[in-house]
Write a protein that binds this ligand. Structure first.
Ligand code: FAD
Ligand code: EPU
Length: 339
């Protein structure tokens, strides 16, 4: 039986730790409960928000609708020759899945160690870190279509993954609830070491032939050294995307600022390090009221305690303005803004 709660605090359900309330709140433990929920016209018509771990959200206001927290669990795995297909419920904790695979030497997820949040949210923005994106290991996902109550399977091609992007953020935004994700992993490790920081850390540890466990440990170590732990300092990771600009735009920035940190981003495009742009504008480690940017990573906005979502949002607007004024580059928020 579904339990719909009223006036629920979301403080412990968003990693920014912002105190806001949901008018209605329901936890979903099984696909069938989604059918039951949406059969009721009241809930079908109510404004809704799908919530996983709340690690990529900023609440500016209370949510005057129904928050649907996906808590569908379970991990299954099937070996086929040198490959292993792992399917996980949308409510599994992402890093628990990574640990499950690393412990069994199922290779592919190790570079994505310690990313907060749920399995179900991982395809939404095609999570990525340390040289790997979800799309590199994604096989398919099952999703509940709210309009019809049907479960649909999406292939990698269907999802139209891009940098911090998928069809679930664009054309199909708000229309599906991801109930499970299937990954195609390998029993023959092919470690991905091209991200400079991984190589530096392996060298420090005198590791010349790293296992996937080594990679997982090194990535976790780098992350902890750079990023604030949401259990003590509220944050949602990178607040902005790294801007991808045309070669023409890039040439202008590069001429004026030859030291600009950049990476190739496909034919005719260059990606800039937003953290560098923000730091150059003097924001790194700056405290503004209850909020600010992180001392070790200017791309991360933080809640130093008691911040409102509006305060964090205002800071993000000031940062966008100053980066635009100095570099002529428009930053885009990566975090989902609610309200
Ligand atoms: P939520 O924040 O709950 O939701 C995010 C979006 O997905 C919302 O639009 C929500 O409606 C939707 N959604 C959630 N679950 C479902 C579902 N089952 N079906 C349909 N829609 C759903 N991200 C990276 O890519 N790389 C990183 O390296 C990284 N590092 C981070 C470090 C820190 C310290 C933090 C706090 C965040 C970091 N993030 C990173 C961002 C975040 O971890 C990811 O975006 C993660 O996938 C969000 O998962 P979640 O379950 O918390 O999603
Ligand atoms: N930099 C600075 N100052 C800063 C931060 C960064 O100058 O304050 C420059 C440095 O030159 C550094 C470069 O930017 O070498 C890149 O920084 P980092 O390696 O920390 O990565 P990032 O580009 O800032 C991206 C992702 C992270 C992901 C890391 C590792 C985005 C928006 N962010 O950050 O994802 O963990 O790479 O792959 O793409 C997230 O999405 O929440 C997130 C944390």
């Amino acid at each position: 039986m579904l339990q719909i709660q009223q006036n629920v605090s979301l403080k412990n359900f968003n990693t920014f730790g912002i105190e806001v309330f949901a008018r209605y709140f329901v936890e979903i433990n099984h696909e069938d409960e989604l059918v039951e929920l949406f059969m009721d016209p009241q809930w079908f018509q109510t404004e809704r928000l799908i919530l996983g771990g709340g690690s990529n959200m900023l609440f500016k206001t209370d949510f005057d609708g129904l928050v649907i927290r996906v808590n569908i669990r379970g991990i299954e795995h099937r070996i086929s020759k040198n490959e292993v297909f792992v399917a996980a419920g949308g409510g599994e904790v992402w890093n628990d899945l990574v640990n499950f695979c690393v412990a069994r030497e199922y290779a592919g997820l190790e570079n994505l160690s310690l990313i907060p949040g749920s399995v179900g949210a991982s395809p939404i923005q095609n999570i990525g870190a340390y040289g790997v994106e979800l799309k590199d290991v994604f096989y398919s996902c099952n999703a509940f279509e709210i309009a019809t109550g049907a479960i649909k399977t999406f292939s990698k091609h269907d999802c139209r993954f891009g940098y911090r992007d998928s069809i679930f953020k664009t054309e199909l935004k708000g229309q599906y609830i991801i109930t499970s994700v299937k990954f195609r992993l390998s029993l023959v490790p092919d470690v991905k070491l091209h991200y400079g920081a991984i190589q530096d850390e392996l060298a420090k540890r005198n590791i010349t032939s790293p296992t996937i466990k080594d990679v997982s440990q090194v990535v976790s170590h780098i992350r902890v050294s750079k990023l604030p732990d949401p259990s003590t300092i509220g944050n949602a990771g990178s607040f902005f995307k790294n801007p991808v600009i045309s070669t023409e735009e890039f040439n202008k920035v590069h001429t004026a600022f030859p030291e600009v940190v950049h990476y190739p981003a496909g034919d005719g495009f260059t990606k800039l390090a937003a953290g560098w742009l923000i730091e150059q504008c003097g924001w790194k480690g700056k405290v503004v009221g209850h909020t600010g940017t992180w001392k070790n990573q200017a791309l991360v906005l933080v809640n130093h305690g008691g911040a409102t979502g509006q305060e964090v949002y205002s800071l993000s607007s000031q940062i966008i303005d100053s980066v635009y004024t100095k570099f002529g580059v428009m930053l885009e928020r990566e975090v989902n803004i609610i309200g």
